[in-house]
Unconditional design. Structure first.
Length: 362
């Protein structure tokens, strides 16, 4: 949704400008005569509405070409589309009342707040939801107060953030994720923090027996830190290694990187979760992954009982909205943030303040 104020010597002229810029889809939010004698009309255009409408058209076309499309998938698309339209209608209603409350300033305020989130990498749909949350219930006197609204929006985002440190207590934690996400490096950093700095009794177990040299990578770290490293090829071996280290406070388990579409290997991980109920899972995500791939990954690994998320490569980009997108989609707390490849320096436990500073810098 984008709002803009148009002025002209008559309402007709302002409407002509709106039509020229926004087309027939424009929603007229308000109009009034200014003290200068000019007329101001506020209009909004909904990009998603366009996208949804054209997606609807495409789907229609598709279903005539492919009559075999199942009723199930059709109704789920319909449901999705209906949900989206309902949300847009709610947003439109909210915009109407917001525009009425704040007058001409609404367009500017609305766009600035939305762009604030979107330019930071927050998904446009999520940005809209946050905006709806922020704007609903705002009183007339505050409706054009950008400083107040920004801090209200910060609070709304802050309240959504969930963090946890899964190694705060004792237990076994397996790190899963796509190839090269940063699992082994994250484990090495955490082993240095907990095993070396805090002197907690710990063991590392690697299940990455597929890639040549993968187990050696972790063993080398283990040797340096004086932390035992073992190899387990399957759930049975993992269980017996975990039993052998029952005296340890922490057991960190490295797993091979996998494409979530690789159903055979994903099933092996699901079996692991079934057979080792004491094992918790942390999903390691590269924070620089593009939106679509990030969603796919979160959805794919959602088949596992994921307990928390870690994000790597924060040093490689400036916009970190993708982290918020992933947290909201997975409905899981953030655990660790990796800010470089140095072991053990480049890791921190996620905090709500730190996360907020990524999505909404001051
Ligand atoms: N810049 C940067 N590099 C990182 C970060 N975390 C890991 N890396 C680097 O990314 C590469 C892959 O890291 P690994 O820890 O081996 O990744 P992995 O998930 O274990 O990979 P597979 O086991 O092959 O699936 C290594 O070169 C790391 O040094 C990070 O936060 N920032
Ligand atoms: Mg690895």
């Amino acid at each position: 949704m984008r709002m803009k104020s148009f002025t002209g010597p008559s309402v007709k002229e302002a409407l002509r400008l709106i039509k020229a810029e926004f087309g027939e889809q424009a929603l007229i939010m308000s109009n009034k005569r200014l003290s200068s004698g000019q007329y101001e009309v506020i209009a909004a255009v909904d990009y998603d509405l366009d996208a949804a409408a054209s997606a609807g058209k495409n789907r229609g076309a598709e279903s005539t070409v492919k009559p075999v499309m199942t009723a199930g998938s059709q109704s789920s698309l319909e449901r999705e589309l209906k949900k989206e339209l309902r949300e847009l209608r709610e947003l439109k209603d909210l915009c109407f009342s917001f525009a009425a409350r704040s007058g001409g300033a609404a367009a500017d305020v609305f766009n600035r707040l939305e762009e604030n989130l979107v330019t930071g990498g927050v998904d446009r749909r999520l940005a809209k939801k946050i905006l709806m949350n922020t704007l609903s219930g705002v009183t007339r006197d505050k409706a054009a107060d950008i400083i107040y609204l920004k801090s209200r929006m910060r609070r709304k985002v802050y309240d959504r953030l969930d963090v946890k440190d899964p190694l705060a207590n004792s237990g076994a934690l397996a790190f899963v994720g796509s190839e090269g996400a940063g699992k082994t490096t994250t484990i090495a950093k955490l082993a240095a923090v907990h095993g070396v700095k805090r002197k907690r009794r710990m063991a590392l177990i690697t299940m990455d027996t597929l890639r040549i040299g993968a187990a050696d990578q972790l063993k080398a770290y283990g040797r340096l830190m004086g932390v035992p490293v073992e190899v387990a090829r399957d759930a049975g071996e993992l269980k017996s290694r975990m039993c052998a280290h029952a005296d340890k406070e922490l057991i960190l388990v490295d797993t091979p990187g996998l494409n979530h579409r690789d159903s055979r290997r994903m099933e092996a991980l699901i079996r692991l979760a079934d057979e080792c109920p004491a094992l918790k899972f942390n999903l390691v995500l590269n924070s620089q992954t593009r939106d679509e791939a990030m969603y796919e990954s979160v959805k794919g690994f959602g088949a596992l009982p994921i307990d928390s998320l870690s994000f790597t490569r924060l040093d490689e980009g400036k916009e970190h909205g993708a982290i918020l997108n992933a947290m909201v989609m997975a409905k899981k707390p953030a655990a660790y943030l990796s800010t470089g490849s140095r072991v053990p320096d480049d890791i921190e436990v996620a905090s709500r303040d730190r996360l907020l500073s990524f999505f909404m810098p001051n």
